[in-house]
Design a binder for this molecule. Structure first.
Ligand code: NAD
Ligand code: ZN
Ligand code: ZN
Length: 382
């Protein structure tokens, strides 16, 4: 079949909306019509090159280039067709994307760590999870990859059954799309990975689609203080609407008031969710983390960033910990429906996350708005 997709041909370029051809789904694969795609900052890292594997890494994967690439890993849609052997979804089902697949059988899935599924290997390049070959072609017969093996910036895509999670048909697909990455990652970073508990002081650094949900997660987990830090006033206002108790425009500005607020103890949990995590930001993040505290690193750093400013003396003597997280360290197959259940009951705010809706043709307008800090979250609606 033919469809339209936003394709990236290389770094430092605009997304190009192209007509693509898709082959039918093979064993274990599903043809999905994406209805909504969220505009997460992670796709932007492909544009800037921060998340493009260096040549040596590509050589190890046996791939010459990850371009051309269809973007988009936050999304929701409807199943149109299933390939042989697919049992978890059928045509007509509503599905959430899962930017890390879950096979259910690997060491990580089978020990409750679906966010680390072995199927997530090679997520940035190459062909299908199922057999390594391509189903999507651009400009005739040129193979085109799918970001996170999902390609939600395409109106249709063939993806592995392992990358889809069936959701209730009556849920708004916009909400399902938001939960598929930003909400799960942000909420899970606070409520799960940081293990925020009642009475904690929590700081969230960077209030975008991820950080705003860390604010929600911290509040729901019972934090006493939820302190949101972002240079943009609009983001600080939104943070207050989602449950923050205090806001500051920078980590530097927060040091003195947080010292006073906590009687010198500083934060129990600090969650790092700025657009790009540069190594020097860790010095301030850990400075705001108190004795016995936890600093969760959710934001993505440039792939080759090996240096971070960490005072190793304080790390040991103040008994602190630094924890990375992918997907908020959640189990997408259990937790995406769980989060949507909280939305249904009115405890999780989802509708309020969307600032602006775009057509696929306006994808570059939407990403410029993200760079300019105008959107809490922008979404593409097909
Ligand atoms: N770990 C994961 O599984 C995972 C999943 C999704 C996204 N991410 C990453 O999370 C990060 C945030 O994504 P997003 O979509 O929310 O981005 P976004 O662009 O919507 O929001 C980022 C916010 O950070 C603010 N900011 C930038 N520098 C800051 C600083 N020094 N101090 C305070 N605030 C600062 C910006 O003003 C902006 O409001 C990105 O790096 C993204 O790739 C990680
Ligand atoms: Zn994302
Ligand atoms: Zn697995």
């Amino acid at each position: 079949m033919k469809t339209r997709a936003a394709v990236l041909w290389g770094t430092d370029q605009q997304w190009q909306v192209e007509e693509i051809t898709i082959d039918p789904p093979r064993v274990g694969e599903v043809l999905v019509e994406w209805k909504v795609a969220g505009m997460c900052h992670s796709d932007e890292h492909m544009v800037t090159g921060d998340m493009v594997p260096p040549d040596e890494a590509l050589a190890m994967m046996g791939i010459e280039s990850i371009f051309p690439l269809i973007g988009g890993h936050e999304g929701a849609g409807v199943v149109l067709e299933v390939g042989p052997g697919v049992t978890s979804v059928k045509p007509g089902d509503h599905v959430s994307a899962s930017f890390v697949p879950s096979c259910g059988r690997c060491r990580y899935c089978s020990t409750g760590r679906q966010n680390l599924c072995d199927n997530g290997r090679g997520t940035l390049g190459g062909g299908m999870i199922t057999d390594g070959t391509h189903r999507h072609f651009v400009k005739g017969d040129q193979p085109v990859g799918l970001l996170a093996k999902l390609g939600t910036f395409s109106n249709h895509a063939v993806v592995s059954e392992n990358s889809l999670i069936k959701v209730d048909d009556d849920l708004p697909l916009e909400c399902v799309a938001l939960v598929s990455c930003g909400v799960a990652t942000g909420w899970g970073s606070a409520a799960n990975r940081a293990a925020v508990g009642p009475g904690d002081t929590v700081i969230v650094v960077g209030i975008g689609g991820i950080g705003i949900n860390a604010v929600q997660g911290a509040k729901m987990a019972g934090a006493k203080h939820v302190i949101a830090i972002d240079p943009l006033e609009f983001k600080r206002e939104k943070a207050m609407e989602f449950g923050a108790t205090h806001t500051f425009s920078s980590m530097e500005e927060a040091i003195a008031p947080v010292t006073e607020l906590t009687w010198g103890q500083m934060a129990d949990k600090v969650i790092m969710t700025p657009g790009v995590l540069y190594g020097d930001l860790m010095e301030l993040g850990l400075g705001l983390t108190g004795k016995g505290g936890t600093c969760v690193v959710t934001a993505i750093a440039p792939m080759t960033q090996n240096q971070a400013a960490v005072n190793l003396f304080q790390l040991a003597m103040w008994n602190k910990e630094i924890k990375g997280t992918i997907f908020g360290s959640l189990n997408p197959r259990a937790d995406i429906p769980r989060l949507l259940g909280m939305y249904r009951e009115g405890t999780l705010m989802l509708d309020e996350l969307i600032t602006q809706r775009y057509s696929l043709d306006d994808i570059n307008v939407g990403y410029q708005a993200m760079r300019d800090g105008e959107n809490l979250r922008g979404v593409i609606v097909y």
